[in-house]
Design a protein around this ligand. Sequence first.
Ligand SMILES: [Zn+2]
Ligand SMILES: [Zn+2]
Length: 299
Amino acid sequence: MANGGPVEHGFPHLETVREAVTALYRRLSYDTVRTFSASVAPVDVAFCDTDDLYLGTQRVAHELVRHYRLPDARMIVSFREMTHAANVELTAGPEYFIELNDRFRTHRRDIGAALAHEVMHVYLHRLDLSFPSTRANEILTDTATTYLGAGWLLLDAYREDAASSQKLGYLTPEEFGYVLAKRALLFGEDPSVWFTSPQAYTAYGRGMARARRDAQQPPLTAAGWAGRRRYARDRRHAQDPHAAGAAADGDAYSFSAQPPGQLRVSFPCPTCHQRIRVPVRGRVRARCGLCRTVLECDT
Ligand SMILES: [Zn+2]
Ligand SMILES: [Zn+2]
């Protein structure tokens, strides 16, 4: 887990974040994702400066192991001077060695956030789920941590004032907010009541706005007027037999006539981002096969 440097903002990793959500559904299935409807409770990872450092750290690590349902895994946590915030050695287990940066000795309230990320590495390692590059793999880890209920700790560890700033993890604060919002929309949860950091609250609001937009893209019926107009124009173009097919980027709809004469539109599911294909014939109700979201479309 990285440490320090200026805090990056916005949504630069959104494509990988969305791929991570899809990968999580594919590997875990809808039913397993649903078992994570409860987030890690603040009281279970609370750590005050009067707690014994080692006992407290073991208690928080144990709580995360329990949350991710890694029954026989044992986390051995130690502290040392290092450039990174934290690190875990991915072995066959059942013992896993986690190192935390020495500074956590005096920043105990963020130990839960650091461990949430490191224990997720173990969870994904056991699932044999990974992305090819180190950077993409860290984004997968942060996304999975957040989508499965422990990532609000990472967003809450983001604090900024006139003198200093701190952020853990590889997602920007807004991206943590985005994944947290997608989870909140799925489970009807309000994580903002757990924030102690005002900056986390703001980033969550921005992430939520972005997450809501996913469900307001054409051909979904919740799309706005401008989107619908653009869609109608693109559809006319697609229906023209002399027009060349337009290439679509990852978060947009695209038309195809396969088999010939039957126009279809494909677009990302607003929940899991798997692409859905439906015939172009007015009102269509589809259900995503991966996350089971019912999609009301006007094609
Ligand atoms: Zn990591
Ligand atoms: Zn879906």
